[in-house]
Ligand binder design. Sequence first.
Ligand code: FES
Ligand code: FES
Length: 152
Amino acid sequence: MSLYTLDINGQKQVVDVSDDTPLLWVLRDHLGLVGTKYGCGKGLCGACTIHLNGVAMRSCQLPVGAAATGKITTIEGIAKKGKLTAVQEAWVEHDVPQCGYCQAGQIMSATALLASNSKPSDADIDAAMSGNLCRCATYTRIREAIHTAASK
Ligand code: FES
Ligand code: FES
């Protein structure tokens, strides 16, 4: 076990875990940040997507030790002072979620995409979002919402 001081959503959080504990476990089980979801646990579904230094990462595949020196952002931390981001507002406008389980990961990937490409094409969106699976097949609404967010 090791003590880690993590920078999560702008706050320091101290956890005592083994070095190879996946960040997803730390977020959900140690810190109660359950907005980040467990899907496959194998890096295949995208439900656990967070940002590490602004880059979308699969937290189920990220050992806590590898994330300890970076800035971690989860779905709980992207809205600032209670104001939804353009991506979150577009998700509401297009009524994107169905069951909702995958949607935190979808929003985190979409947010990272728009941070690096402010006017993505359909092909850009499909490429960036291809690792985020949705069993409810909300892909068309996700794409429309990303275009709406990009227009704002
Ligand atoms: S739970 Fe991490 S990619 Fe599926
Ligand atoms: S909204 Fe149900 S899995 Fe995506």
